[in-house]
Design a protein around this ligand. Structure first.
Ligand code: NAP
Length: 240
């Protein structure tokens, strides 16, 4: 299988690349700023014998992203699975959110998903097969105080998933969504140790998640199944 994963120099995306590449799939990915981390990922996986290519491309820039995906397809073959993982978060009171904050959140978290899907879809439609997994957030389901623009953008990804699953099902393409809870990555660097302790206390499974928890779920969703249009929350029970 050929997989393309957006936003994969660090965090969940990086773990997705490692997981799929080590399972023997050909993996293409993109990132925004972390060049050295991305090249180090490519080098280390190539040394393991994995088939992996990476491109610096901003998901909010359709031209850049389409060029990266086209190059990945040239090198690895048509994309069978797209994972829309790239995303940003920001904690701010609603009254402090600027027009620029709002636009950047939606340009990356929502338009980035639109851009990537439009890039891979013509080939998936031709082949009448393919899978798309969108990474939303539990906050897109239940909403987070001081993260209204983030929550709204992740709720948009959920709506997009459900609608697109209906539209693409007849073409043999499944569209699903993972809504992670708090996962141990840089995106949560703003949380204090006591914030993390409070989250753990409110989580029935008594821990925060790891990128591997999300990668294993994505691997499951990448397999043959009767599943489409689903929003699968992986949050240790936090939002129960
Ligand atoms: P992270 O550690 O901050 O990593 C984000 C990744 O996305 C980085 O590789 C970054 O590239 C890339 N990226 C950001 N903006 C991009 C853009 N415009 N174009 C291309 N790549 C871009 O975040 P994470 O925790 O792994 O989050 C991954 C996804 O999971 C996000 O959609 C996030 O909203 C979602 N999520 C995370 C959590 C959590 O607790 N961690 C919970 C729920 C949902 P650079 O390194 O180059 O900046």
């Amino acid at each position: 299988m050929t997989v393309f994963i957006t936003g994969a120099s660090r965090g969940i995306g990086r773990c997705l690349v490692e997981e799929f590449a080590r399972l023997g799939h050909s993996v293409g990915f993109c990132w925004l700023n972390s060049d050295s981390k991305a090249y180090e990922l490519i080098d280390s996986l190539k040394k393991e014998g994995c088939s992996v290519v990476g491109f610096k491309a901003d998901v909010s820039n359709k031209e850049q992203l389409c060029a990266a995906i086209a190059e990945a397809e040239k090198k690895l073959g048509a994309i069978d699975l797209l994972i829309n993982n790239a995303g940003i978060a920001q904690s701010k009171l609603f009254t402090d959110i600027t027009n620029e904050d709002w636009d950047r959140m939606f340009d990356i978290n929502v338009k980035g998903v639109f851009n990537a899907i439009q890039a891979v879809l013509p080939s998936m439609l031709n082949r009448k097969s393919g899978k798309i997994i969108n990474i939303s957030s539990m906050w897109g389901v239940v909403g987070a105080s001081t993260e209204v623009h983030y929550s709204a953008s992740k709720a948009a990804v959920i709506g997009l998933t459900k609608a697109l699953a209906k539209e693409l099902g007849p073409s043999g393409i499944a569209v699903n969504c993972i809504a992670p809870g708090v996962i141990d990555t840089d995106i949560n660097a703003f949380l204090t140790e006591s914030d993390i302790d409070d989250i753990i206390e409110s989580t029935p499974l008594g821990k925060i998640g790891t990128p591997k928890d999300i990668a294993r779920l994505a691997v499951f969703l990448s397999g043959d199944s009767f599943i489409t249009g689903q929003i699968i929350t992986a949050d240790g029970g936090f939002t129960l």
